[in-house]
Design a protein around this ligand. Structure first.
Ligand code: NAD
Length: 264
């Protein structure tokens, strides 16, 4: 490793599973100090313990504004600053056009959109005070193409991407870069109900589901391989590090070529 995040402090939401967990591990390996948030105390504390003294778990639900504000406060209290915010937490949302309820829409907005807007709202002041920062929002190719997620999920990810690009323009003068990653199909528990459901299954059952999923996903992209959480972690590292110093308002699609299989 080349310590590409030496002396950096990162806050990663939804760091107890999948992409967030892989990104936390890579960021720590690259020299960052990292606060991961999530809703599973047991998993979060276990991951932080495995990553060592440069990782901390903080219990926070991204659908709750007070928890988001507290996550930023905790990061500042623990490590003195905030350089990198990865708004990653998310999960399945929605319903069909003719059956979706107001409650499902509200829940989806809170989980996938206001979580990101409020995360940015609370991160920007300490970043400005620190002379700059990096915000990375985890979107999806579902925001770009039909049938990569249900309609609510897709529409919210599209909104998240647009919001991020506009925010990048406004925050550029403060040396805050804002970028989006749009993962394609990445083998994580989101495909079998999200990490909350995965937590109810045995390790063997989760491993069996993961193996089957990876085999199926390898048939669904031009590259004959399944996308892995580590692929998105590497993209986040590029955007977070000085290698990406001139990259802002960008949507980094990491999908093995999948979006090009579907015309606009
Ligand atoms: P995952 O289920 O493995 O992880 C999701 C993480 O978000 C978990 O840590 C979970 O606890 C956390 N989370 C969910 N709801 C939360 C809440 N209310 N408060 C706090 N934390 C919460 O799934 P993943 O695939 O790693 O998903 C991470 C992000 O990547 C999501 O935003 C998802 O929409 C996006 N994404 C995933 C894929 C994919 O194919 N896996 C593709 C495109 C985008």
């Amino acid at each position: 490793m080349s310590n590409r995040l030496q002396d950096k402090v990162a806050l990663i939401t939804g760091g107890t599973s999948g992409i967030g967990e892989a990104t936390a591990a890579l960021f720590v390996a690259e020299g960052a100090r990292v606060v991961i948030t999530g809703r599973s105390e047991e998993k979060g504390a276990g991951i932080a313990a495995r990553l060592g003294e440069n990782a901390v778990y903080f219990h926070a639900d991204v659908t709750q504004e007070a928890d988001i504000a507290a996550s930023v406060d905790e990061t500042l209290a623990r490590f003195g600053k905030l350089d990198i915010l990865f708004n990653n937490a998310g999960g399945p949302v929605g319903g069909t056009i003719d059956s979706i309820t107001g409650e499902q829409i509200d829940d989806g907005v809170h989980l996938l959109l206001s979580s990101v807007m409020l995360g940015m709202r609370y991160a920007v002041a300490p970043m400005k005070a620190n002379g700059g920062g990096v915000i990375i929002n985890n979107s999806s190719i579902a925001g770009l193409r039909y049938r990569q997620g249900n309609l609510l999920y897709s529409a919210l990810k599209a909104a998240l991407t647009h919001y991020s690009k506009l925010a990048a323009v406004e925050l550029g003068p403060d040396r805050i870069r804002v970028n989006v990653i749009s993962p394609g199909a990445i083998a994580t528990p989101i495909f079998w109900g999200g990490s909350e459901r995965a937590n109810t299954l045995s390790d063997e059952e989760n491993a069996r589901k993961m193996a089957k999923l990876q085999s199926n996903l390898a048939k669904a992209t031009p590259l004959p391989m399944s996308g892995l959480a580590d692929d998105i972690a590497e993209a986040a590292l590029y955007l977070a590090s000085d290698a990406g110093r001139f990259v802002s308002a960008h949507d980094l699609v990491v999908d093995g070529g999948r979006t090009s299989m579907f015309n606009e």
